[in-house]
Structures are given as C-alpha cells and as structure tokens.
Design a protein around this ligand. Sequence first.
Ligand code: SAH
Length: 314
Amino acid sequence: MSRGEGLSPYFTVTLRGRCRLHELLSHLYVLIPVLDNEKHYWVGDDEVDKLLRHGEGWLAQHPERELIAHRYLKHRRSLAAKAIERLMEEESPELETTEEAAREEEAIVEAPLSLNAQRLGTVLAVLRESGARRVVDLGCGEGKLLSLLLDDRRFERIVGMDVSSRSLDIAADRLRLERLPPHQRERIQLLHGSLLYRDKRLEGFDAACAVEVIEHLDPPRLAAFERVVFEFARPQTVIITTPNREYNVKWETLPAGQFRHRDHRFEWIRAEFQAWASAVAERFGYSVRFLPVGPEDPATGSPTQMGVFGLKND
Ligand code: SAH
C-alpha cells in the first residue's frame, strides 16, 4: 500500500492474490470501511449481521478480527462485542451444547432436581406422549418451556404467549431468537396477548399448556380463561399446572397460610383443583386426568398439581 501525493487522505492500494472474485469483494466490503475508519450512516444491529455475512469463512480466523469488528461497527462497543461473541460461536458450534450440559449438570447436582425443572420435564413428557406437533405455551413467562420445546425437533410449531412484554423480551433473549438459523427461527413465535380475551392466534394447535398461570388470574376472570382455551382455541390436549396448597406446610420457610408467590390470587387444595378441572372438562367436552409433579407425600400430595385434558372426539 502506498500513500498518494502529498497529505491526501487517499491511498493507492495494490492487492495481489488468487481467490474467487466473490471472496475478494466480501473482503473489500468489510475492509474498506475498516481502513477508512469512517462510516457515514447509522450503525444498527443489522450491521452485525452484515459483518458476519461478509466475514463468513475468513473473519473468525483473522488475526485483527477485534479491530475489524470494532471499526466496522463504528466503535460501538456493545455491537462489536456481540459480533465477536457470534463469531466465536460460529467457530465452535459445540459452545452452546457445552453451556447446556453445564446447566443440566447444575440441575442434577442441585439435588433434588428443582421443582421447576421437574414440572417442565413432566409437561414435556406429556406433550411428547400426546403426539402434539404444534404447541402453544400460554403464559410462557421467560420461555423456559419454549426453550425445551425448541430443542426437540418433533415440535414443528412452537408459540409462547404472555401478557407481560418484559417477560417476552427476556424469553426472546433466552431463546436467542435473533440468532437462530432460519430453519429454527420459523418454528417459534412469541405473542403478546392476554388469556382473558378470545384470540384467533391461539387456534390451530394440537396442544396448549398453562404452567403455573391460573393462580395469577383473578377468580372472577377464570371463566373467561376457560372459554378462551377450551371453547375457542380448543386444542386436542390442554395441560394445566398449579400449586397444591396442601403441600405448603412442608416448606419450612413459608409462613403458615401464606401463598408461594405474592402475585398468586389463590392456591387450591387438590379437591378444589380437581373439582374445577372436572367441571371444565365436562362443560367443554374434554376428559381430564391428574398427575402429581414433584415428591409425593402421602399426607399432602405433591407440590404441584397437573391436569391433562383430552378433547373427546364425538
Ligand atoms: N409458565 C411460566 C411462567 C409462570 S408465571 C413458567 O412456568 O415459568 C405466570 C405467567 O403468566 C407470567 O409470565 C404472567 O405474565 C402470565 N400471565 C398472567 N396473567 C396473564 C394473562 N391474563 N394473559 C397471559 N399471560 C398472563
């Protein structure tokens, strides 16, 4: 590279090499703004995608990749960090699985398995057994179940719905929605909405779950939820879990008479949940069976109760 006449900011550059024109152009596309160190338009998230697309096959191994990312993204530190992180991931695809393994191990070491993990495991097992391919998670929260569903290819269409947009943002992060390859990205969708209003987007699923959601609804609103799920969305299978109040005495840290969470509007004993679920099943043409989740105690039952509803085909 040689500088032109005088103190001009322009350079005369000679490039030598044998490569495909397409590769050369990709390099230039990235390196010209890097050498120029000036970008005259707004640098947003999609610039990270552009950088990675044009840097495919060479940038990850480039000795100056940090500098390149930093300059290309116009010194936006967070974007450059994002780009580098993604480059590293693309370089070592097993990174994610390692993370997962670590998380699983954590759960195993944390004996007994956390109630939350047991609950999600049971929901997943019931979903698999039901043969469902299209699943909607009602009140999906931060997307833990969605992430398990995404890991299992048999689930072709996965939708999470929640009334809290903050929870949905966290779910999108947890699921790395923005980074999923297209064949994964098209399997999953997050919806912002309330389970108290009829919603066409909830129709056409094989199964719906509401995991630890009903106890967050005001009792007078429960009837609306029932119609939304069992009358309008009407999937073949519905899985509902809720705390079993009888088990609360087993938690020494929980003061007597108190709910497990301050946003819980009620916590039912087994007889209450079973009476509610049976009445709902009867009214809407479903059958229902009950499954324990978590360690079962002869006196109190298990900490979580689960109702599995199956649409009666008549
Ligand atoms: N299913 C998740 C979250 C349970 S917490 C899990 O098991 O981890 C209860 C969730 O229900 C919260 O995310 C809350 O925002 C959501 N929720 C409460 N009322 C709702 C409503 N009317 N419509 C949709 N979601 C609701």
